[in-house]
Each structure stands twice: as C-alpha cells, then as structure tokens.
Design a protein around this ligand. Structure first.
Ligand code: GLN
Length: 184
C-alpha cells in the first residue's frame, strides 16, 4: 500500500514513520502530481492557516479535492477538511478551543469496539462543535467527539502519530484496503 503524506508543513515525518512501521509505503506529497498512484492520503497536524495558504499556492487544495481515496486528517488536518475549508467532512470545528491553560494535554480515550483506552495527545486542538448525520463517532473525550469517520474520511483532533499506539493508523490502513477492493 502506498500512502501519501502531505508534507507542506507540520508533523508529516512522524506520520510517515508510523505508516512504515505498519508495513505501508509512505511518500511525501508536495506537488499535485505526487498524489497520483497513492492509495490513501494523510493530512497531518501543524497550523491550518499555513496549510491552506501553502496548499492553495501549490494547487494542492484542488488536487486533494479531486483525490478519491481515503484520507486521514489529524488536528490541523481535521480543520482543513471541515465545512469551512475543503468541505470534505460535514463537521463544524472551533480552532484552539480547549482554552489557554489546557491548550495542550493528554487524555485516555475510549475507542469504539476496543476495550483498551487510547492515549490522545492534544496540542492546541480543534474542538468539534457540530457533526452531520452521516458522521460516525469513533472516540470521545468527555462526551465530545475526537475521532470521527465519514465514508472514506477519518479525522482526529489529537495526534495519533505522537504515541507508540498504532491503532488509529491501523484502522486507516484497513479503510484504505477496503476502499481499494471496492474500486478494483
Ligand atoms: N492550532 C492549530 C490550528 O488551528 C492546530 C494544532 C495542531 O495541528 N497541532 O491549525
């Protein structure tokens, strides 16, 4: 499996390392042509305003909009995919909405269908304020969604690439596998 990691800014190296650990091929994507031939795409955390600016500059906003495979967006990557930005996922988010003192923190999350808690690293994380009817919640923190899925899109407000726990990336690769069978 070949997974593109958007590498204009942010935590792309950590995502690529995690994907390689799980046996996937990870390719850094900086130009739109590099999206050709990848089975899935990761949009990492970083700074969403910078992301949007650089993506527009390189035509990657359009290219990502045209990409038809599964996409994993984490933190700033979640913001980029929301209603107000690329409009790929039917959610409304508030940037940096966990408050100043607790802007960055770690918490144990309950993952749907899994008894073992998942450690979530939140760094100036977006907070999900509204979700559309087709959005599935895969993990919550204090009753609010932090890991979600809508069709081929998976989004997390935390940073699964910063712990040793590979379960979020594993689920994403399963989604990529399923979707490539569907498309084949
Ligand atoms: N605060 C950043 C933003 O609004 C997101 C933080 C992150 O990706 N770690 O874009």
């Amino acid at each position: 499996m070949r997974i593109g990691v958007l590498a204009v800014q942010g935590n792309f190296r950590e995502h690529a390392a995690m994907l390689r650990r799980l046996g996937a091929e990870a390719v850094e994507v900086r130009k739109r042509e590099q999206l050709q031939g990848v089975d899935g795409l990761v949009i990492p955390g970083g700074e969403s305003t910078t992301f949007m600016r650089l993506m527009r500059l390189y035509g990657l906003d359009e290219a990502v909009g045209e990409f038809s495979g599964p996409v994993l967006g984490t933190c700033a990557g979640m913001i980029v995919l929301d209603r107000r930005h690329l409009g790929a996922v039917d959610i409304e988010v508030d940037r940096n909405a966990y408050g100043r003192q607790v802007a960055s923190f770690e918490a144990d999350l309950t993952l749907a269908g899994d008894a073992e808690p998942l450690r979530g690293v939140f760094i100036r994380a977006p907070r999900v304020r509204d979700v559309g009817p087709k959005v599935e919640v895969l993990a919550e923190l204090d009753g609010e969604p932090v890991l979600l899925r809508e069709g081929r899109f998976m989004i997390a407000s935390f940073h699964p690439e910063l712990t040793d726990d590979t379960r979020v990336h594993k689920r994403f690769l399963e989604l990529v596998r399923e979707e490539s069978h569907v498309r084949a």
